[in-house]
Design a protein around this ligand. Structure first.
Ligand SMILES: [Zn+2]
Length: 319
């Protein structure tokens, strides 16, 4: 490592299969619990990037992912419900409506499964973390504790699957999509949400882009890279949504504020009880709150230009 031009040498792009990857940039760990510098390499063909060093074994149990109820969680509930309904509309617009068999992959605390059931779907979820499975159980949702590669799902059994901000965490996204495609029946739909490295906010945020989440994010997809990966697994992209209130305005705003704070994404980490509230960063953050409506307007414009900070792609299983 570290010869400046050849890191990740020989590795092919995990998204489009092109390459070899070339050294791109060194970025700080996105979480105070995961300090240090991480090298990223980029695909010359599709522009997607990878985090070269492996994620620490406990990366998804530490820091912002360490569990516990975030500050303001109760206030956020109605908003989160609106985001879940929006995710369901992507399926409806693609012609899938309840009742049907749906699986939420990486279901977290089961919130989306609960909303999908309330909307009439025959919905279940898989989730690798015991913490998530237990939290889901507390709300009456029994999730299968499993990752994509060890989940027990009947091949060809699903009308729809959702993979919401999960694919970028996987070391082998192609293998995961191959498995998931096999769970769908022919014509079945998959909704995938990922950060968009080809977005305006990725460029503005640079090494401190809110949605970089290094080292937990293994692949940093561009839309072109994600589309290529889906097609390689027999999943034809039929819609790509850039207007996503769930992640995009906050991601832009937080990325801008991170240029001036000591801790990257201080507000996010403070809400996750992962950064001290008494901090100079609090003052900087408070003074930037009036920029929030501008972030909403800007991301709306970026979405029209198909450069949204995150994207939701709907793909249909071919054959
Ligand atoms: Zn590529």
């Amino acid at each position: 490592m570290g010869d400046g031009g050849n890191d990740g040498a020989g590795r092919r792009c995990p998204a489009c299969g092109g390459g070899p990857l070339v050294a791109w940039r060194t970025v700080p760990g996105s979480d105070p619990a995961l300090p240090g510098d991480y090298e990223l390499a980029r695909c010359p063909a599709c522009g997607s990037a990878v985090t070269l060093a492996p994620a620490p074994a406990e990366a998804h149990e530490q820091g912002a992912y360490g569990g516990g109820r975030p500050r303001g969680a109760r206030l956020a509930e109605p908003l989160l419900g609106a985001f879940d309904r929006r995710r369901l509309t992507f399926l409806a617009r693609a012609g899938a409506s309840p009742p049907g068999r749906m699986l939420d992959i990486g279901a977290g605390r089961g919130r989306f499964v609960a909303h999908a059931r309330a909307a009439g779907w025959d919905a279940d979820g898989i989730e690798p973390s015991q913490r998530g499975v237990q939290a889901a159980l507390a709300r009456g949702i029994e999730l299968q504790q499993a990752a994509v590669d060890d989940a027990d799902v009947t091949p060809g059994s699903l009308d729809a699957a959702t993979l919401w901000h999960v694919l970028e965490h996987l070391d082998d996204p192609g293998a995961a999509l191959e498995r998931i495609a096999g769970w769908l029946q022919p014509g079945g739909l998959l909704v995938i949400g990922v950060p968009n490295l080809a977005s305006v906010q990725a460029r503005v945020g640079g090494a401190r882009w809110y949605h970089l989440d290094v080292p937990r994010h293994r692949t940093h997809f561009t839309v072109a890279g994600l589309h290529a990966l889906l097609r390689s697994q027999g999943l034809e992209p039929i819609a790509t949504h850039h207007l996503l209130a769930e992640h995009n305005p906050f991601g832009l705003w937080q990325s801008l504020v991170s240029r001036a704070t000591r801790t990257p994404s201080w507000l996010y980490h403070a809400l996750k009880r992962n950064a001290p509230l008494r901090s100079g960063d609090a003052l900087v953050t408070a003074s930037a709150l009036p920029l929030a409506p501008l972030a909403v307007a800007a991301e709306t414009a970026f979405a029209l230009a198909r450069r949204g900070g995150t994207v939701a792609v709907v793909a249909r299983r071919v054959g």
